[in-house]
Design a protein around this ligand. Structure first.
Ligand code: DGL
Length: 264
């Protein structure tokens, strides 16, 4: 079925998922929505996050998508459980795929989670990890400044490294061997995070796992696309230039279709 896959995030973070979808499912068309006028989500109330998430899904459905990826851990933690059942199309979140990978990888059973404040407060990661293995110790921290740094495109700057050091220093004490990047913006800052924590800590970015899950669902439903020239459309709720620049840098190709939408 050549309908597109819909993906949304509060901003550029969901591109980390788009990149993996394009790699694993190159024939699929994608419609992306980045809610750049309302980013960040991670500092907002549950009620607001649910409202925004619902609006974003409705926007994507108007684009006739066959499946929605909530490429935002905050929306996946806060809104997805309630919203999911109201829709017929499959709606995939980004929490469980990363959890499964981290639980499989950790050797010393000490996992760190960094995410937005809303995600950390929801305890979604701790609950899912404990459900898979109650013996695992989970250490969480909110890193809200990572989101504007990623939106600004300051991926390898000194300021990013300094912020990363301040947030991540405590994790050395916790002796974790695995760190879940529990916000889709954070993989953009992977090199700064890596520098602070060193090689002994494996970083888990759920994007690959999410793409695998999408593939599995499409395979099961026989709804994979055979399109030879799939389209990739990007919509944002604020001016598109900054988004376009960063998206091109990150995805590695020129984006012709980035549109501003006024109301979602
Ligand atoms: N990228 C999002 C997440 O995965 C949201 C970040 C934000 O808007 O605060 O949580």
């Amino acid at each position: 079925m050549n309908k597109p896959i819909g993906v949304f995030d509060s901003g550029v973070g969901g591109l980390t998922v788009v990149k993996e979808l394009m790699r694993l499912l190159p024939r699929e068309s994608i419609v992306y929505f980045g809610d750049t006028a309302r980013v960040p989500y991670g500092t907002k109330s549950a009620e607001t996050i649910r409202k925004f998430s619902l609006e974003n899904i409705l926007f994507l459905l108007k684009k006739n998508v066959k499946l929605v990826v909530v490429a935002c851990n905050t929306a996946s933690s806060i809104a997805l459980p309630q919203i999911k059942r109201h829709f017929k199309v499959p709606i995939i979140g980004v929490i469980l795929p990363g959890v499964k990978e981290a639980v499989a990888i950790t050797k010393n059973k000490r996992i760190g989670v960094i995410a937005t404040r809303a995600t950390v407060n929801s305890q979604s990661y701790t609950k899912e990890i404990k459900a898979l293995n109650p013996k695992i110790k989970v250490f969480s921290a909110a890193c809200p400044l990572f989101v504007p740094l990623a939106e600004e495109g300051w991926l390898n700057d000194k300021v990013t490294f300094d912020v990363a050091r301040k947030y991540l220093e405590p994790f050395r004490k916790y002796k974790i061997d695995t760190l879940i990047l529990g916000c889709t913006h954070y993989p953009l800052l992977k090199s700064a995070i890596n520098k602070v924590l060193g090689k002994g800590v494996t970083l888990i970015d759920s994007a690959k796992q999410v793409a695998c899950e999408v593939k599995q669902i499409l395979d099961e439903d026989c709804s994979c696309s055979q399109e030879k020239k799939p389209s990739r459309e990007f919509y944002v709720s604020d001016e598109p230039d900054n988004f376009r620049g960063l998206a091109q840098r990150f995805l590695g190709y020129k984006l012709n279709k980035v549109y501003k939408v006024n109301c979602v």
